[in-house]
Design a protein around this ligand. Structure first.
Ligand code: KDG
Length: 330
């Protein structure tokens, strides 16, 4: 069902993810589970569980996998009514190969996919109708020259329409050359209000520096808020008023790190959207800390479940955990 008023619009490629059932090596595992993945749709689902209304825009093939993307997202409360079907190109798929340690390796089958055929001419102002905020990531521009130009156009349009814009660089080295990635990602930073790099992405973009120096350098490029993910060290937020650190949440059983950054983005945005008018002048320290803390919690929860978004909590669960409540399970 079309939702005319939404908190957040996001644009990106959603794919069907195959993971080995027994977490065995991709080459030998005979059984696979099938689910939805895609950084931007992960954020939309995370926000929807936190009771923010969301709209996902993307291009899908006219195939059963495209149908699965739509039914999964709408089942999670995300408005998909603006999604576009492409009769000539497929919905992409990707596979996760679990390693005994470290991040899983991913294998993409997305060249020539419906989403990769996005062009600036296809950007439609009606996508932003009734929305307060746009969230995009560095994955869409990594799909090709045209998708990069389309991302830029949508960010510019959103700002003209008075939306705030967040940008997660989501560096995916398998999708483009380092040189092009650096140049393109840096060129998009001035078009966002909220920039959310990880510490390794900050180093990739600017070279080795002190953490505080990254904050300052990114703020100088235009964003009003920089939220940096520091992995096991938690996160740090920078505004013109200064910086705030937030402690990490313990990860009891690390299962799958993919999707943790998107979970962080959902947690962060779910709080920031409540203080949207403050972003321009610099968010209060207390509100920034609240946003980072929730973001850290979601990031840690995402790593403890198989799948990108399946382990994300509802608002009631977040409030229980942050309020120190033990949930009644039986
Ligand atoms: O952040 C998680 C994403 O990486 C995953 O869902 C797949 O969108 C994806 C990508 O392009 O890597």
């Amino acid at each position: 069902m079309r939702n005319n008023q939404v908190d957040v619009v996001t644009l990106g490629e959603s794919m069907i993810l195959f993971q080995s059932y027994n977490q065995g090596a991709l080459q030998y595992e005979p059984l696979f589970t099938k689910s939805l993945a895609g950084a931007e749709s992960n954020v939309a689902i995370g926000l929807s569980r936190l009771e923010k209304s969301t709209r996902w825009i993307g291009r899908l093939g006219h195939d059963p996998f495209g149908d699965l993307v739509l039914t999964t997202l709408s089942g999670q409360g995300v408005d998909t009514s603006y999604a576009v079907r492409d009769a000539e190109a497929p919905t992409a798929v990707y596979f996760k190969d679990f390693k005994r340690y470290g991040d899983p390796a991913v294998y993409y089958y997305r060249k020539g996919s419906a989403a990769s055929r996005l062009t600036p001419e296809m950007i439609d102002v009606s996508w932003l109708e009734g929305a307060s905020h746009l969230h995009v990531t560095g994955i869409t521009p990594a799909l090709g020259e045209q998708t990069a130009a389309a991302t830029r156009k949508l960010m510019e349009l959103a700002r003209k329409q008075g939306l705030t814009v967040s940008f997660d660089p989501n560096l995916r080295r398998k999708l483009w050359s380092e040189e092009l990635a650096r140049e393109t990602l840096l060129s998009l930073i001035p078009l966002c209000d909220i920039f959310m790099p990880g510490d390794e992405e900050a180093e990739f973009l600017l070279g080795e520096m002190e953490i505080e120096a990254y904050g300052e350098a990114f703020l100088d490029m235009g964003p009003k808020l920089v939220a940096m993910k520091l992995g096991a060290e938690g996160s740090i937020g920078f505004t013109q008023k200064g910086f705030v650190r937030a402690e990490p949440f313990a990860v009891d059983r690390l299962i799958d790190t993919v999707g943790a950054g998107d979970a962080f983005a959902s947690g962060l945005l779910s709080v920031l959207l409540d203080y949207r008018e403050q972003i321009e002048g610099g968010l209060d320290e207390a509100h920034l800390h609240e946003a980072l803390r929730r973001a850290n919690l979601l990031g840690s929860m995402a790593t403890q479940f198989k799948g990108d978004w399946e382990g994300l909590p509802t608002l009631a669960e977040v409030n229980d955990i942050l309020g120190g409540q033990k949930s009644v399970t039986r």
